[in-house]
Write a protein that binds this ligand. Structure first.
Ligand code: BJW
Ligand code: ZN
Length: 239
C-alpha cells in the first residue's frame, strides 16, 4: 500500500495526521456527510450553530447527550491505535476535527482538538469550563452564574480556539509527511492544513474510501478505511 512512499516514511522525522469523523467510523461513531452521516438525518443549521442553540438549547443538548453516550461507549480502533503506536518511532502530531477523545484514549500524547471536545462544557457567559463527570439533572444545564452551559465544541461561524489553531498551523508547516485521514475536507479552516503542509514540501497521503476535493493533489491517495490501512505503517517505520 505504502510502497511508493516507503522511503519518505522511513526518513520522516515528523509525521502529522489530520483526522476527521471517518477515522472513528469503525469505532461505531457516525460521520457527518457520508452515506450514513449525521447530516442526512439532522439539519446542521438546526444543531451546530450558536443561533440554533439559543433558539432551542434543549434540542441541541439532547442531540449532544445522545452522541456523548455513544462516544463514551466507543473504543479506539486499529487506526487510532496505530497512530498512537507510531510515537515509538517518530515525532507524531494529531490535528483532529473530532470531538470524541478517541486519539487520546488510544494513547496519542500530542492531540490538537480543532473543534473542541464533547466531554467538556463551558458557560455561554462567564469563564467556567469543566469536564462532564455525570448525568445532568435537567437540560440545558445551568452555570453557577445563572446562564446556560453549552458543549465545548466549535459550531459553524465560530472561531477555532486560537492557541490550538496556531499550534496546528505550526505543525502542518513543519512536518515531513502528512496523513489526511477520514475527512471530507468540506469544512474550513481545517481543510487548509494539507495545503500548508504541501506548500512546505511535505509528502501528503490521503486515506479515505471516497474521493475528496484534494485527492488529486495528494502524493498518494488510498481508497480504503483507516482501520484497515494504517496498521501497515508500523512495519515500514519500525524497520
Ligand atoms: C472514512 C471512513 C473510514 C468514512 N475510514 N475514512 C458561510 C457562512 C458561515 C460560515 C462559512 C460559510 N462558508 C464557509 C464558512 C466557514 C465554515 C465552513 O467551512 N462551512 C462549510 C460547511 C461551507 N467554517 C466555520 O464556520 C468554522 N469557523 C470559522 O471558519 O471561523 C471563521 C469564520 C467565522 C464567521 C464566519 C466565517 C468564518 C467552524 C467550523 C466548525 C465545524 N463544526 C462541526 C461540528 C463540531 C461539533 C460536533 O461534532 O458536533 O465539526 S461541523 C462537522 O464537520 C464537525 C466536523 O469536525 C467537521 C468536519 O467533518 P469531517 O470530519 O470531515 O467529517 P465528514 O462526515 O464530512 O467526512 C467524513 C469522511 O470520512 C468522508 O470523506 C468519508 O468518505 C470518510 N470515511 N468512513 C476512513 N472507515
Ligand atoms: Zn457562567
Amino acid at each position: 500500500m505504502f510502497e511508493s512512499i516507503a522511503d519518505k516514511l522511513y526518513q520522516a522525522k515528523k509525521i502529522v495526521f489530520v483526522t476527521g469523523a471517518g477515522i472513528s467510523q469503525e469505532s461505531g461513531i457516525p460521520t457527518f456527510r457520508g452515506k450514513d452521516g449525521l447530516w442526512r438525518k439532522y439539519d446542521a443549521m438546526q444543531l451546530a450553530t450558536i443561533d440554533a442553540f439559543y433558539e432551542n438549547p434543549k434540542l441541541v443538548w439532547e442531540w449532544y447527550e445522545e452522541r456523548r453516550k455513544n462516544i463514551l461507549a466507543a473504543k479506539p480502533n486499529a487506526g487510532h491505535v496505530t497512530i498512537a503506536d507510531l510515537e515509538k518511532f517518530k515525532q507524531v502530531r494529531v490535528l483532529t476535527q473530532n470531538i470524541d477523545g478517541l486519539h487520546q484514549l488510544a494513547g496519542s500524547s500530542q492531540v490538537y482538538e480543532l473543534h473542541g471536545s464533547i466531554i467538556t462544557i463551558k458557560c455561554t457567559v462567564c469563564d467556567f469550563k469543566e469536564k462532564i463527570t455525570g448525568e445532568f439533572s435537567e437540560l440545558p444545564p445551568i452555570c453557577k452564574c445563572g446562564n446556560i452551559l453549552r458543549p465545548d465544541v466549535v459550531w459553524f461561524g465560530e472561531q477555532l480556539p486560537q492557541d490550538v489553531w496556531s499550534g496546528a498551523i505550526m505543525q502542518a508547516n513543519s512536518c515531513n509527511v502528512m496523513f489526511v485521514v477520514g475527512t471530507s475536507l468540506a469544512v474550513s479552516p481545517a481543510n487548509m492544513l494539507p495545503i500548508y503542509a504541501k506548500q512546505n514540501g511535505a509528502t501528503i497521503i490521503e486515506v479515505n474510501p471516497e474521493e475528496t476535493p484534494m485527492s488529486k493533489s495528494m502524493d498518494l491517495s488510498i481508497r480504503s478505511t483507516s482501520a484497515k490501512v494504517l496498521p501497515e505503517l508500523l512495519s515500514i517505520v519500525s524497520k
